[in-house]
Design a protein around this ligand. Structure first.
Ligand code: AMP
Ligand code: MG
Length: 357
């Protein structure tokens, strides 16, 4: 299949003419990758089982891993759900459009092919102007998981999508690099206690501000024990993984000196063993590794600006894939606010291989 590419140069004044063909592809059951404020999504009509099946096939994604339906306004939620719990209504008012996905009890309209066989449906209204306009023009809810091959780091540029999916989907809309760089927060409001299933840019602290106490799925905090099942089926799969073995070094307190010393020691040791070594550092610590000969050193952002770390995380992991690193050693981040989402993604990418100092 030939994959078409559309470039949106002026994101503030999008001409509908540029998106009409993409919207028609979606309506007719085809697949279009498009930018959102979180990561690039691979879109298909959420009400069309065949389109959902195509999404799973293009990504190589297990079909029990449900998709998020994207809408362009709150009114579009009603037909997809059997009821809107009060907590859901409050969160939609507070954080939509934006990087927050809500799990509702589904209506009959939503096929099980989209929900991975579940009685619930995940819904989000993105704030990205390209995503919003495209969904509105399509006139259907758009299922859109991250537009990467399953298991690879999520795409934050159209080039990442092209690298993974060219020839497998109908179109890629290039709207430039995304803003946030991590997937949406997911919160389940279908049960008695609102429960966070995946941390993201709408943080625990923000959700608690709106709802009071919220619960957190244990799958977010660490590896699942044998026989345990995460509530978000996607969380059980090895995810976000670079090709190299990634090791995280975590300090016991707030001091970063012992952490950088350990990253440096591990990198030197692996280099001596003949391995191609990568180091994930920050703008503040780059000079700590200046003498680690031969290491591929990449800053993931500034500790003073956690949003810069989120923004660069998947790009840096992909860069190490391209550079064919054998092993990567990474610094850790405090787990509050956006740091919780950053550490969730890094820990999963490291398959929970964490060295504590
Ligand atoms: P992605 O779109 O690739 O970021 O993945 C979507 C995530 O949402 C996956 O981890 C899914 O398991 C989760 N998800 C989607 N629908 C549901 C649902 N109905 N219940 C629980 N988790 C869901
Ligand atoms: Mg994904």
């Amino acid at each position: 299949m030939e994959t078409k590419k559309i470039l949106i140069e002026d994101r503030e004044h999008i001409e509908d003419a540029l998106l009409i063909e993409a919207a028609q592809i979606l309506r007719e059951g085809g697949l279009v990758a498009f930018p959102t404020e979180t990561v690039y999504g691979l879109g298909g009509n959420a009400l069309d089982e065949k389109a959902s099946e195509k999404i799973y096939a293009a990504k190589g994604r297990p079909s029990d891993n449900p998709l998020i339906a994207h809408v362009s306004c709150i009114e579009e939620v009603e037909p997809l759900v059997s009821r809107i719990p009060e907590a859901g209504r409050r969160l939609m008012e507070a954080y939509w459009p934006g990087p927050l996905t809500l799990i509702f009890p589904k209506s009959k309209q939503v096929p099980y092919a989209t929900t991975g066989g579940l009685e619930t449906v995940a819904i989000r209204m993105p704030s990205d102007p390209v995503a919003q306009r495209l969904i509105a023009l399509a006139g259907v809810p758009v299922a859109a998981p991250s537009a990467n091959t399953s298991g690879r780091p999520s795409p934050t540029t159209a080039q990442h999508v092209w690298d993974d999916l060219a020839g497998r989907i109908d179109m890629i809309i290039d709207g430039g690099p995304v803003g946030i760089g991590l997937e949406s927060t997911i919160i389940d409001v279908s049960g008695p206690v609102p429960t966070v299933l995946r941390p993201g840019a709408v943080t625990m602290e923000m959700l608690e501000d709106t709802l009071g106490k919220v619960a957190i799925d244990p799958a977010i905090l660490g590896p699942m024990a044998e026989g345990e099942r995460p509530k978000a089926p996607g969380m059980k799969y090895k995810h976000y993984a670079p090709k190299a073995d990634l090791t995280l070094v975590e300090p016991s307190g707030t001091q970063t000196d012992a952490m950088t010393a350990e990253v440096r020691r591990l990198a030197l040791e692996a280099g001596k063993a003949g391995r191609r070594v990568g180091i994930i550092c920050t703008d503040e610590s780059r000079q700590c590794y200046a003498d680690v000969a031969g290491a591929l050193i990449r800053s993931i952002g500034s500790r003073r600006e956690p949003s810069s770390v989120a923004h660069n995380l998947y790009r840096v992991l992909r860069e190490f894939d391209d550079l064919e690193a054998d092993c990567i050693f990474s610094e850790s981040f405090p787990q509050d606010h956006l740091g919780q989402a950053i550490m969730n993604r890094l820990s999963k990418a490291a398959a929970y291989h964490i060295v504590r100092v």
